[in-house]
Design a protein around this ligand. Sequence first.
Ligand SMILES: NC(=O)C1=CN([C@@H]2O[C@H](COP(=O)(O)OP(=O)(O)OC[C@H]3O[C@@H](n4cnc5c(N)ncnc54)[C@H](OP(=O)(O)O)[C@@H]3O)[C@@H](O)[C@H]2O)C=CC1
Ligand SMILES: O=C(O)C1=N[C@H](C(=O)O)C[C@H](O)C1
Length: 266
Amino acid sequence: MSIGILGCTGRMGQMILTHLVQHHRSLIAGGSGSPNSTLAGQDLGRLVGADPLGLTVDTDPARVMARASVVIDCSSPAATAHHAALAARHGTALVVATTGLNAQQQQAVFDAARSVPVIYTPNLSPGVSVLIALTRQVAATLGPDYDIEIVEMHHRHKVDAPSGTALGLGEAAAAGRGQPLDALKETVRDGHTGARNSGTIGFATLRGGDVAGDHSVIFASDGERLELSHKASSRALFAHGAIRAAHWCGDRPPGLYSMLDVLGLT
Ligand SMILES: NC(=O)C1=CN([C@@H]2O[C@H](COP(=O)(O)OP(=O)(O)OC[C@H]3O[C@@H](n4cnc5c(N)ncnc54)[C@H](OP(=O)(O)O)[C@@H]3O)[C@@H](O)[C@H]2O)C=CC1
Ligand SMILES: O=C(O)C1=N[C@H](C(=O)O)C[C@H](O)C1
């Protein structure tokens, strides 16, 4: 098993690299940043404040894939679509952590899963996988009399909204009601909105500070409110999950998997 990190210069990529450098140095196959990365050529060990590794930040993800048996993608949506096509061509297993992909970019990930094992997950933590499973179950049990609202908060640098996890929770809630999320989701409320549309799933997005990732699903009816919440207190949580996912998918047959598969929750 050898692991490459696509987006190794970012917040998440550096956290994964830090964990690999500290605990699994011999598994590191390489890492890439954007084509114009200001960190190109920097030693990967030095990048995270450790001893030199003798591998540097690459700007060509294909070179990383040529050396890796599995790559973890935590980059940007356009790059992820490109990385998915490359992974299929190189026969490299892929863990996609990047969020905010549009339909076309998601299709590139699904296409890759026909040739290589792909884990596509908006959240690498075990707790959120359990939350997703619970959300589906609770939505199915309580039924349409309960209004569903999903609230998330992240750090001030996050660029996509709602978060990938919030959308994943929305999909789970909609599935619990036997419907696709697209038919139910309400992501914007502003001005004279009128009363709540019955059956919809609402989203509220908060941004600020250094919040690693908070998510709540609220089921509200006349007379009671049930809230399911998860709070990540450190990005290290996601790094552990990424490495666990990489180990899990390395020798799987081609296919599309999620973190729920990794945890045996499917
Ligand atoms: N699934 C999960 O559990 C988690 C998912 N994420 C997701 O991971 C993604 C990255 O988050 P974060 O690390 O905070 O973001 P950053 O902005 O800190 O990092 C982005 C990384 O992507 C690279 N990049 C940007 N554009 C390109 C490109 N065109 N080609 C190749 N590489 C590119 C950057 O390279 P450079 O710096 O060299 O320009 C950088 O390494 C987000 O989508 C986020 O939502 C984050 C945490 C957990
Ligand atoms: O950008 C982040 O930081 C995170 N993004 C993921 C998401 O969009 O759900 C997961 C995690 O909450 C951190």
